[in-house]
Write a protein that binds this ligand. Structure first.
Ligand SMILES: Nc1ncnc2c1ncn2[C@@H]1O[C@H](COP(=O)(O)OP(=O)(O)OP(=O)(O)O)[C@@H](O)[C@H]1O
Length: 366
């Protein structure tokens, strides 16, 4: 088992990154932060693409960079895998050969590499694409193959750099589910850079939030996102979370309400997550096709960028504090004010159900 220790001080022009980040063995740490806060610079330093001015990077106790000793291993020798936004597959090789390339590059013989490639393709649900070339794969399929390639090399640390950013909305939840499953099954230590709090909620035990090159918040994912201490975290948090038990169709709340979702682990303690922007409010219940329509009452209206964040409450205790982001015109049309009875509607396609994170402090095996 190999954890990561990274202390990185690095200047790029007038920007100055100065962070200390640790990931326990088997843990997934998400790095969140606004544009230009230093996420890619940190990732580059850990991957070995950038040399810190001052710092130490260790994976599993093995020194990859130590400026005090002028030690710096090149990216290919660090035992660190990368899954980026672009799958970067070799176009002339089949999916199988692409995956076998990972273990071949780290010294496995041809037969062993092919065996590993078959195993990892099956693991990520891409066995049937083994003989296809990248041009014949969809974005989501190619990303699965790229994940298999990264994992087949047996990296001590996996870096995930916005791995869903280039996928369409249908492919992203499926790949998120695959990634969550294989990271847990392999006990893989990983560092995930993302703009999307849903990625962090679905995949990460802990998050660090960067602001202007410094760590400004740090802690268990749910805690940081539900009690944000900085404006940035507040702006990406504020997600609607409903706790309950996963079902094959979505989530069942403790009082028995069923919430239909696009993705679900199927069973176990879980949380349904959806964005306020995906919630519509109506005055009567009979609108359109959304599968989740819940009676509620407006409690507050707050400006939120270009939209108005409408908070609600309702007979079900878990409705308390849920939010919908509406345009000012929609708020005016519906004549919403505190006390207005409404129907809150959210399409199943906009709801993701994720296994509940373990309670704080128990997430990371040492
Ligand atoms: N090649 C470079 N030379 C000089 N400065 C750079 C270079 N690349 C990035 N920077 C600066 O470093 C700072 C941090 O950039 P970085 O890409 O690490 O941020 P980020 O958090 O990954 O942003 P984003 O979310 O937009 O990808 C920025 O202010 C940027 O202008």
């Amino acid at each position: 088992m190999s954890g990561l220790r990274a202390r990185v001080r690095l200047r790029r022009g007038s920007f100055d990154l100065d962070v200390d980040v640790q990931v326990s063995a088997g843990e997934v740490l998400a790095v969140l932060g606004p544009n230009g806060s230093g996420k890619s610079t940190l990732l580059g330093a850990v991957a070995g693409l950038l040399r810190p001015d001052d710092g130490l990077v260790e994976v599993g106790g093995r020194v990859l960079t130590d400026t005090a000793r002028r030690a710096h291993l090149p990216p290919a020798r660090r035992g660190v895998g990368l899954l980026a936004q672009d799958p970067l597959l070799f176009p002339h090789l089949t999916a199988l050969a692409n995956v076998a390339f990972g273990p071949r590059a780290t010294g496995s013989g041809r037969r062993r590499a092919t065996e590993l490639a078959h195993r990892w393709l099956a693991e990520v649900g891409a066995a049937e694409f083994a003989r296809r070339k990248p041009a014949a794969l969809s974005g989501g399929q190619a990303q699965r193959v790229a994940l298999a390639r990264a994992l087949a090399a047996g990296p001590g640390l996996l870096l995930l750099d916005e791995p869903f950013a280039a996928l369409d909305v249908d492919a992203a939840p499926a790949l998120r589910g695959v990634l969550r499953r294989v990271l847990a099954a392999a006990g893989q230590t990983a560092l995930l850079v993302t703009h999307d709090p849903l990625d962090a909620l679905a995949l990460a035990d802990r998050v660090v939030v960067l602001g202007a090159g410094r760590v400004v918040e740090e802690g268990p994912t749910r805690e940081v996102l539900s009690r944000p201490r900085t404006a940035f975290t507040a702006s990406i948090a504020g997600l609607n979370l409903v706790e309950g038990t996963a079902t094959p169709e979505g989530l069942r709340t403790p009082d028995g309400t069923r919430i239909a979702a696009a993705s679900t682990p199927g069973r176990g303690r879980a949380v349904a997550v959806f964005r306020p922007a995906d919630v519509a409010l109506y005055l009567d219940p009979g609108h359109g096709s959304p599968r989740n329509v819940l009676p509620a009452e407006v409690t507050a209206l707050e400006p939120h960028g270009d939209t108005v964040r409408v908070k609600v409450t309702g007979a079900h205790p878990w409705l308390r504090g849920l939010a919908a982001d509406l345009t000012p015109a929609a708020v005016a049309d519906l004549a919403l004010e505190p006390g207005t009875p409404v129907h809150l509607a959210v399409k199943a396609a906009a709801v993701g159900v994720h296994p509940a994170q373990p309670p704080a402090g128990t997430a990371a095996p040492q």
